[in-house]
Design a protein around this ligand. Sequence first.
Ligand SMILES: *[C@@H]1O[C@H](CO)[C@@H](O)[C@H](O)[C@H]1NC(C)=O
Ligand SMILES: *[C@@H]1O[C@H](CO)[C@@H](O)[C@H](O)[C@H]1NC(C)=O
Ligand SMILES: *[C@@H]1O[C@H](CO)[C@@H](O)[C@H](O)[C@H]1NC(C)=O
Ligand SMILES: *[C@@H]1O[C@H](CO)[C@@H](O)[C@H](O)[C@H]1NC(C)=O
Ligand SMILES: *[C@@H]1O[C@H](CO)[C@@H](O)[C@H](O)[C@H]1NC(C)=O
Ligand SMILES: *[C@@H]1O[C@H](CO)[C@@H](O)[C@H](O)[C@H]1NC(C)=O
Ligand SMILES: *[C@@H]1O[C@H](CO)[C@@H](O)[C@H](O)[C@H]1NC(C)=O
Length: 674
Amino acid sequence: MATVLRSLCCLIILHVSNSPLAFSQEENQFVYHGFSQANLHLGGIAEIHRNGLLQLTNLSKERTGSAFYRFPLNFNTTSSGAISSLSFSTTFVFAMVPQEPNMGGHGMAFAISPSMDFAHATSNQYLGLFNLPNNGLAANHILAIELDSVKNPEFEDIDGNHVGVDVNSLKSIQSAPATYLSDKEGRNISLELVSGNPMQLWIDYDEAEKLVNVTLAPARMSKPNRTLLSTPINLSQIILGHMYVGFTSATGYPLASDHYILGWSFNRSGQAQSFDVSSLPRLPPRRKRKEKPGLMTITSLILAAVVLVTIIGAAYIIRRKKYEEIREDWEMEYGPHRFSYKNLYKATKGFKDEQLLGAGGFGKVYRGVISSSNLQIAVKKVSHDSKQGMKEFVAEIISLGRLRHRNLVQLLGYCRRRGELFLVYDYMPNGSLDKFLYSNGRPSLNWLTRFRIRGVASGLLYLHEEWEQVVLHRDIKASNVLLDAEYNGRLGDFGLARLCDHGTDPHTTHVVGTVGYLAPELTRTGKATTCTDVFAFGAFMLEMACGRRPIELQGQPENVILVDWVFEYWRKGAILDASDPRLEGNYVVEEMILVLKLGLLCSHANPAARPSMRQVMQVLDGDANLPDVPYDTASLCTFSNYNASDFLLSLPSSFGQRSAPSMSSTDSILKEGR
Ligand SMILES: *[C@@H]1O[C@H](CO)[C@@H](O)[C@H](O)[C@H]1NC(C)=O
Ligand SMILES: *[C@@H]1O[C@H](CO)[C@@H](O)[C@H](O)[C@H]1NC(C)=O
Ligand SMILES: *[C@@H]1O[C@H](CO)[C@@H](O)[C@H](O)[C@H]1NC(C)=O
Ligand SMILES: *[C@@H]1O[C@H](CO)[C@@H](O)[C@H](O)[C@H]1NC(C)=O
Ligand SMILES: *[C@@H]1O[C@H](CO)[C@@H](O)[C@H](O)[C@H]1NC(C)=O
Ligand SMILES: *[C@@H]1O[C@H](CO)[C@@H](O)[C@H](O)[C@H]1NC(C)=O
Ligand SMILES: *[C@@H]1O[C@H](CO)[C@@H](O)[C@H](O)[C@H]1NC(C)=O
């Protein structure tokens, strides 16, 4: 009996130890025409269609997907039975189908990695491959070839349509615009990654040459002779004993594409096998493809057209007037960012009042839906009679449209008519934060949602320090923080304050901003800096914590200014008493104290004493301790010097309504035309 049991055990052990290891030794090569039977490990939203098509990501925004060969490959060249070189060859056919032309993103990558778990990798420019903390770390041990359809300045991307070789970081060590050398035509031909057409990529590494070669071509073509990239890399410094191979992918916001893999072959012992293209799974039919009309229909259509043309002609002239816009030569290069007035008119149902989302310092905002794509938009309608500075302003708007951050409201484009400028933004379904904070009837925002101001801080940090140039927001306030579908705060209206500068005499300085958020030095000098943004952010933080506006004119005189009010509580050693009573004590005490103290620090009358946004982020993330808020008579003096009269002196005549109006009053400045 015992012997039988023992041999049974042996059998089981043998079997168990045999399967994955023995497998991985044999499995140094595979080829998949479609993935129905494939040994893949899927992560994120990746899925395999019934026809075998592998879809890494779909049009859902800010999502990631991954697909890795389930078994680790043995790259330990000294272990017994292993292949004694690191050389490999792989090729795959992929397709990136954008939501609509110009709106594809962000990209995908082939990766060799010690792990196939990419759950912590983030979307957008991180391609589902890395995240902010691990990007660039040598401990990643990842070689990736990226197919990137968005230009990201922070990774020094060369353009929005490139192939790059990445080692441990999204900052490619070498990259090239997507092109191939046609052997037949003898010239370089550009490919658009997000054309939706299937393409093939070859990646070959030769251990002796220590070169990673990358070659791209349309799927129907054989491998071109010229490689797109030939990058010297010593893989033995990157590759560990066992590595996984596969793909990661990410969509962004608002940019998204369907990312597909149709076929994939991988080989450690020779050239990766090529595909029989006809046996690859088909892509789903293209969206919005119009059927070709038959001959009869065409004839009758032409006849009908001839009859109708005069009627239409008359109607056209009338309509043309209705949809007339201004389009100048210098705007040519902004083509993709230009929305037609007609589309905006239709999207907003003719700018009807029922579509009105709000009216702010810069004009009215309407909600709309672009019918062809179901894209929800918010259209800001700004009046302007001045032509002066419009060119510079539009250039700046377009450049701001390249800013991408999950805590900024994405600017999609613009349109111009006589006397009117339209700015098109992503629609934020939950409106602005102040509406929730000073809720009439609505339940008050809970602490969890309020503490997401961390996100807003990271958006502001991006504007100040992480983009290619410093962008000042100049009008941070609760009503400029919008909430997306998941209640993440996103900063809106950034950079718009420049509109005032462009429309006016450059020699006069206009203070732009909102009363209660204006740093004291700003009202004196009129010069906006990152410090004045930090001041406004401090006022905003206190507003979140206390549920009070930065200035309450109806309160007791000593309660007028929120900063002073909180400072008084803090001096008495009872800072928590300043917290919003509507929270009924439901908050994390440490977080509340942190936000209140940090808010005070940012609102310091002395700009030099305020932290930078990077320091604010570090404190909010718990990576740095809160610096000591100066707590002596001198600083008290500073705080109380900074009193109501500073503000009242600078109030515009319209001030006095409860809702602290914008001082910028863009409309009138633009209307005056100088
Ligand atoms: C994308 O895929 C996920 C997971 O399969 C699904 O929940 C989501 O609805 C899909 N989105 C779109 C736009 O098809
Ligand atoms: C490779 O295999 C050898 C022998 O089995 C072992 O000593 C060595 O630690 C392995 N190296 C790596 C990097 O796993
Ligand atoms: C194609 O592009 C490559 C790399 O940019 C360049 O070296 C080559 O000369 C070009 N060939 C032709 C025919 O333009
Ligand atoms: C890589 O490309 C270089 C030049 O482009 C070529 O000399 C080399 O043989 C190629 N190696 C492989 C493995 O394809
Ligand atoms: C590549 O180069 C070889 C020799 O230079 C030539 O015969 C061949 O036609 C070229 N094209 C392809 C697709 O192999
Ligand atoms: C490649 O890296 C390995 C390990 O660091 C090193 O031993 C080897 O000399 C390097 N080869 C070259 C050509 O740099
Ligand atoms: C791998 O390379 C070997 C030698 O060239 C070849 O016989 C085999 O078919 C290749 N396998 C795959 C899956 O590419």
